[in-house]
Structure formats: structure tokens, C-alpha cells
Write a protein that binds this ligand. Sequence first.
Ligand SMILES: C[S@@+](CC[C@H](N)C(=O)[O-])C[C@H]1O[C@@H](n2cnc3c(N)ncnc32)[C@H](O)[C@@H]1O
Length: 371
Amino acid sequence: MKITEKLWLGKLTTPLPDRHRPVYNWFTMKESFSRELVLLLAETWGLDEGDLVLDPFCGTGTTPLACRELELDCIGYDVHPILLLAARVKLRDYDAGKLKENIEAFLKNRFEGQKVEAPGFIARVFPSAVIEEIASIRRKILELEDEAIREFMLLGLAIAAMRCSWAHKDGAAIKVVKRPIPPLLQELGRQLRRMCSDIKKLRMKGSKVKVEFCDARKMNLTDGSVDAVITSPPYLGKKEYLSAYRIEQWVAGIEGPNPSDLIGGSEGGDFSQLVDLVGNKPRETWGYFKDLFEVIKEIQRVCKKGANICLVVSDGCLPGGPVDVCQTLSGLAEKAGLRAKSLVIVNKRYCTTPSRKKLGITKEGLLIWTK
Ligand SMILES: C[S@@+](CC[C@H](N)C(=O)[O-])C[C@H]1O[C@@H](n2cnc3c(N)ncnc32)[C@H](O)[C@@H]1O
């Protein structure tokens, strides 16, 4: 496998290039990559209209959204309900006029605060009057018959409510920072109107693109059906998917992900197939590699011969020091029958202890494989 360093590509593996891009920026995760990365790979590989791209970890839908712009077919999977909601809302075709009328009619409602039992973490980040207002607005949204309009408004409410909270996201942690907050209904109106006008700014083409709930370890796809894979699996040792969006989940009335659905959840089982590649690594990483080996075998199964595959991954940083993920996953890909062509290193960071003692270097890279 060829190893190269292209640190100028590092920005493309973050959501930063899309922070002002309509629709893409409605609901982002700090782990998202950019539209530009998808465009670059599609061009490099010569993907064409009608080709099917797979993103088995689609999160908030960057790959499917970029594919729609490029007129490529795409299927995105994830197991995180609020992220799937965000991806669905971003990808839908809307009648902008009808949507606008519905939004304006909705905002004319009178929202009497509704008494609710809120969990402790919600009571810490919202004043009680805002909690009651959220509950009342959410109830009215859930009464809307049209699923597209209902989900659009729920996402808008989740985004607007965060701006009316004392929650401050600092990496994976949610801190409480008391500050003056704007009126919720005003923020909701602003958010929904902005989303509505964004729709007209993104040129969506008529390709077949969908996202659905599916565990990447067992995909709903037939053998040899996929032309390319562009994805980024969860990073080793990161458990934040369980809690990072719990405020938005409560606001939208949506369940969190099931812990055993998330990659890295496998505890026991047979690790004998992996022992040569992961045997010398800390025991707590084995479940992660075992789960990803299942995903890689599925990628091998569903890809056409000659398909190109790109995974954005990062080495892990555990209390004992860095854990090589980039080369290990490429070894697993070879074991599954794929060809690991190259590793393009796009970022290098120090792995440190909480007291900032340097333990070594971790790399983030693009793993380029073919079938
Ligand atoms: C690094 S993020 C992907 C971000 C995405 N590329 C974007 O631009 O928004 C990894 C995603 O994997 C999802 N995930 C974790 N375990 C999964 C599984 N077993 N099957 C499918 N998706 C899973 C997480 O919910 C998360 O959305």
C-alpha cells in the first residue's frame, strides 16, 4: 500500500468548508466531512450519471446530498435517529411555495406553554418557560399531517431551540453557559424561513438518492450492486454519539440510538480471524475492529468488481497512547478480499493525556481501496 502525505486536504475532512453552504449547514456534526471531498473523489474516479454510491455511515447526509448535486444515485445508512431525520429533511424535494404557506400559517398559532416533566439535563440548559414552550410547539408540529412538512419543522425547532438554550458544545462535552437568550418563537420563524429560502439555492438533480435506518454490519443491498463507497466510520474510542445530540433529541421528541447498534459495541465473540492484526492492540479496541471488519466484508460483498472505496478515518488515542487504525483497517480490507491501494495522510495530531503530556502522533487519512 502506497502511503503519501497531503496535509492540504485536511480541511476537506471537516465540515468547515460547508459552514455557509445552504442546506448542508442546517444540522452538522463536527465529525462530518465536506461536500468538496465527495466532489473531488467523484471526479478522480470518473463517476457518472446513474452510478450508485454507498455511504454506510451517512450521518447528516453529506455524501447523499453531494451525489444529488452530481446526478449520482446514492444510498446512505445510519442508526442514529436524529441524524437520519436531518439527512432526510435535507434531501427531500419540496414545493417551496406550499412549504412557505404552511410555515407562515403555523407561526400564527398561539402556543400556550405546556407543563411537562423534563429530564435533569434539559432543566439545566433551558429556563422552565422555554421548556413549556418547546413542548407546546412540538405538540402542534406532531399534529401536522404532511410528513415532509412535519419533519422539516421538527428539525427547524431542534436547531432553533439550541440557540435559545444555555448549552455550549465544547468538543464532545456540553457545558452550561448562562447568557441572555432570544425568544424561541422568533428564532423558530427565522430558522424555518431561512431553511425555506435555502431550498431554492441548492440545485438538486433528479437522481435516486435515499437514506434509511440500517446497521452497516448488515446492509440491505444485493451483491455487486455498488459503484463506489465514500464514507467515514465512527472513530475509535469515541462514545459521544450516545449523548452528543440528547438535547436536540428531546426537543424533537426522538429516541437516541441503541448502544448495541453503534460500531464498537461488540464485547464478546470470536476474534480469532483478527488476531494477527489486532492481537497486539489493547483489548478494549478489539470490539471496534471486529465490528468494522463486519462492515468491510459487507462493502466487499455489495461492491461491483472495480469499484472504488474511500474511508476517512483517524488513528485512536487511548490512555496508553496512539492506536494505529489507518493501516489496521487496510489490513482488514485485504483480508476481506479488497485491494488496499493507498493511504493519504491528511492530518497529524498529538495524542496527549488529559494533562497534555504527549504520548505520540495520530494520523487522519483517506483509505483508498478497490474491489
Ligand atoms: C463520522 S460519522 C459520519 C458523518 C457523515 N460523513 C457526515 O458527513 O455527516 C459516523 C456515523 O456512523 C454512524 N454509525 C455508528 N454505528 C453505525 C452502524 N452500526 N451502522 C450505521 N451507521 C453507524 C453514527 O451514527 C455516525 O452518524
